[in-house]
Write a protein that binds this ligand. Sequence first.
Ligand code: RUQ
Ligand code: CUA
Length: 678
Amino acid sequence: MHISFRRSIWLAIASLGSIGTLYACATRRSAAGSLVTGDAAARVYVPPGSYDEFYAFMSGGYSGQVSVYGLPSGRLLKLVPVFSQFPEDGYGYNEDTKALLQTTYGFIPWDDSHHPELSQTDGVPDGRWLFINANNTPRIARIDLTRFETEEILQIPNAAGGHASPFTTPDTKYVVSATRFSVPMPNTDVPIASYKQNFKGNLSFVKANEPGKMDVAFQILMPGYDYDLGHAGKGPSDGWFFFTSYNTEQAYQKLEENASQNDKDFIVAVNYKRAEECVAQGKAKRTPAEYYHNWVDSSTHEAKSERKTSVPVIDPKDCAGIAYYLPTPKSPHGVDIDPTGEYIVGDGKLSTVIPVHSFKKMQLAIAAQAFDTTIDGIPVLKYDAVLAGEVQHPGLGPLHTEFDGKGYAYTTMFISSEIVKWKLGTWEVVDRIPTYYSPGHLMIPGGDSKHPWGKYVIALNKITKDRYLPTGPEMAQSAQLIDISGDKMKLLLDFPTIGEPHYAQALPASIIKDKQLKFQKLTDNADPWVTRSESDGGIVRTGKRVDVKLIAIRSHFAPDNFEGVQAGDTVYFHVTNIEQDWDILHGFAVLGMQNSELILQPGQTRTLQWIPRTPGVYPFYCTDFCSALHQEMQGYIRVSPAGSSVKLVANVSKKAQAQLAQDREHEKEHGKHERKER
Ligand code: RUQ
Ligand code: CUA
């Protein structure tokens, strides 16, 4: 029955003659209403005031950010800035967060982010953190999910193209990063034609389970191929990590053709427990490598940078048993491990089958030394010795696979534009659904973990075409929500996304909903520039630098008038929001400011640099409509010509003046110097 089903699908595709007709056919079916059934609207409707069941963290692609959507509604909830500056809240512009974007290449205001990855405990997303990679200048960021804020970024040295990243081990001990592009290591000036001698690949294991302490635990030196994606083993395969590699041809020009020659490329299986042993035995070489570690200090809430100078590098030749190659057809992209940890699914972009390796058979093959050959210290296992099965005729252009926890796998077919559902163990295709168009990744909440919440799959499409109101040559990016709770997949919803939605991960809202920070405690605010009360603000000069301290509270700044600044000074505004109330934010912006605004969470201090160029009086105001008298929340700063004799002064509010007067009385009675410097 399955065979005839499969054959009939394949014959159907063959008889259509071209993919274009396949699209046309699918679109007609959609127009006829057979794809979206009547209850779809009810299935995705979330009544006003209710929460979505899942939070989906979607990669912002070339926006460098993460966007958070509710599922099933597809409502955009929040944008979390990570690798790109974000003027909306001053991320990467204010003095407090700039250090997060520091690298050995200098300050970098943009990157291309691909893979959001939730931290896990015992192989299941736990809602502590979200990691995401920077692809262009390889880095890994950690986002704290009690605040939805980026709090740490680690640069990955000896790498170029941090694509296979930041997939996690089941205990979040490590997240990984493999270099997509092989490069000279260390990167020096050599002829490109010396690729085979000089270019190397590299797999980085990054210690990830302690906030503020991310670092490269070790790197494994690899042949100069391209490394694409990775996933950790789990259950029986816990302790192993799997990475795809292509361009085993080692082409360095016209890869489109030259890297598509070999019939099989490799998935590399890394025994990282063995790697740990080799490091402990001193078999890793401390190798000079410059990189930055940036993190937000938990007490001052200011980002700091540290420049690191070396990493331990393991050469597989010095550490037998660390890595094995599993031959895999053909230019594999995704590698995905099923929830039981037994099956290793390779998605060969150019392959006509989906090959699945068996972890058990891999262990036996290693014990029996069923090797074809050895490359740079890495034994190549025999394909037939490790293969569990092949999914025949799945469609065209398999890219990524996720699992529903009920024994089924779902694979995106980029070229034939569909998601294909197949059964683990029998390898039969049981269902397929068209997507619009050309899906890259797909995502089932928890779908790469031990316990998927297998209710929905999202297709993360690469091409949008006619799905939304046209917006000129560049269309919105597109995701599609598909119900997988029954035997047949059902399309429920299209929703546009920000940047290219490479990958996404999701978890039930219940895991993180009650763990959210409501405000920063002013008493715990250790920012060196904090102003704790209305009367503590002021203005001081140190040469050409002027520091301005003020507070924001409904509905005023204090002080709100400053004089004595001169054109060409470098002014730092240190603004503290002294509210201690959930969701009461204030903003801060000055006329002619050259970077961004500040947004201040309750209890938070932020610093903005401003260089006024011309004399005049500059208003500043609150940018967040915070109260009925928000429009009154403003002030002035006077800028005089350089060398002017106008004195530095700051006024204080009426309340503060009363407080000041009281303090002076107090001083008179009890002697001076009791009050702290202001
Ligand atoms: S990738 S479309 Cu950048 Cu994750 Cu596969
Ligand atoms: Cu504070 Cu508007």
